[in-house]
Design a protein. Structure first.
Length: 418
């Protein structure tokens, strides 16, 4: 296997250090109130649902919770009900993913995130070979090992931050393995580059990844990049043309998953009845993480661009209008779920929109389920093997407006009773 470019070569002993440095940048970004808006926006979303399913707003208000002068604001239709959100996501003819041209497109280049119809399906058909249920299950042992090792390391030290030391490294390591990066690659550096947290001065990182993409033998066989390089499809391209796809896979394969894993651990550690349920019935794991995704989906919103004049829930939307689908609000719609603000794994299971729906349903949904299942299993085995309160948790709980998850899950051994 070809050695990775020197700039991206961490060596086997420095990969974890590189991941830790990456998370420090993520944590600093989360601390920027402009983007994360500490606090709980769900009360605001509930009030919006009472006013109507679709409302005129601004992108600044939706994403950051701030109001800006009208002349500088970006107008948007804010979709907050489940039915309206589902209708938008299922209709790629009327609501196009090209809305991301002005955001993700500017950051990473044009990727399959921005595509619709046949162009999008060509990409999905190839990537499905690496993201399907069988491909995800093939990673079970590796994910189980990584998760258990990370939790056991925290337990051996008598405590630590489960977000920084477990959720983030597990999510990043898993998607990097699925993409097919050569062992020893600085995947932490690549992740912060992919999401725009790291200044790629002079394009050195991009050039190094392009060099890798020009060397098919460098990639792990059967990985996502290997599949893309092997298509010989003019719609997909080859070599450096795959750079936007690599950045998108790294970002979307790490960001929502690590946040959902953090929220899952928070929910399990703060409600001991969940652990009791899982110890009694391990098959209930799916109900637990599916409900957790609904209760606090890690990515609050997705964007679409209206392609033709239409009417949605009584609102006349014009061709070219920007539409913001609020997944967090849709997943707490009172007309679909009773007491939607409650985390209740025992409720009647109904599909939520945490993984989207329609043509752009999350490609990584099977991988996310595998990660969640293994996280719950390891959490019960390592930290919650019985009903005794062996650990004390200190956490801010899920926070943020665009991305939602606990920023820290500090656990320590519970003091012995006197």
């Amino acid at each position: 296997m070809t050695t990775v470019p020197t700039l991206l070569d961490a060596g086997p002993d420095s990969v974890q250090e590189d991941i830790a440095e990456a998370y420090a940048l993520v944590r600093a970004f989360d601390g920027d109130a402009t983007w994360s808006a500490a606090g709980d926006p769900h009360a605001e979303f509930a009030e919006l649902r009472r006013r109507g399913a679709v409302q005129r707003s601004t992108l600044e208000r939706v994403m950051a919770g701030v109001d800006v002068p009208e002349e500088t604001a970006t107008l948007v239709w804010h979709v907050v009900s489940f039915a309206a959100a589902e209708a938008v996501l299922r209709d790629e003819d009327t609501f196009s993913s090209s809305a991301y041209d002005e955001s993700m497109g500017r950051l990473i280049g044009r990727s399959f995130l921005q595509m619709d119809h046949q162009e999008h399906r060509i990409w999905r058909n190839v990537l499905h070979g690496g993201f399907n249920r069988q491909a995800a299950l093939a990673l079970r042992n590796a994910v189980r090992s990584d998760t258990a090792a990370a939790l056991n390391a925290v337990a051996a030290r008598g405590g630590g931050d489960l977000v920084a030391e477990v959720a983030f490294p597990v999510a990043l390591t898993t998607i990097a393995r699925m993409i097919g990066f050569p062992p020893g690659t600085r995947i932490g550096t690549l992740y912060t580059w992919a999401v725009g947290l790291l200044d790629d001065t002079g394009g050195r990182i991009s050039t190094a990844v392009e060099e890798l993409l020009d060397t098919p033998s460098a990639w792990v066989p059967g990985g996502l990049v290997d599949l893309l390089l092997g298509t010989e499809s003019p719609e997909i391209g080859s070599g450096p043309q795959l750079l936007p796809a690599v950045r998108l896979l790294l970002s979307t394969g790490t960001e929502p998953p690590f946040r959902s894993l953090a929220t899952l651990m928070y929910a399990t550690l703060t409600d001991r009845s969940v652990a009791d349920l899982l110890r009694t019935d391990p098959s209930a794991a799916s109900s637990v993480f599916q409900e957790c995704w609904r209760w606090e989906c890690p990515l609050t919103w997705v964007l679409r661009r209206c392609t033709t004049d239409t009417v949605l829930s009584g609102q006349a939307i014009r061709r070219g209008d920007l539409v913001c689908v609020n997944l967090a609000s849709a997943n707490r719609d009172e007309t679909r779920w009773s007491h939607p603000e409650r985390f209740d794994p025992r409720r009647e299971p109904l599909p939520s929109l945490a993984m989207g729906t329609g043509p752009h349903t999350c490609l990584g949904r099977h991988l996310a389920a595998l990660e969640a299942d293994q996280m719950l299993s390891a959490l019960i085995d390592v930290l919650l093997p019985d009903r005794s309160p062996g650990w004390v948790l200190d956490s801010d709980g899920p926070i943020g407006r665009g991305f939602r998850s606990p920023s820290r899950l500090d656990v320590r051994v519970a003091p012995s009773p006197r």
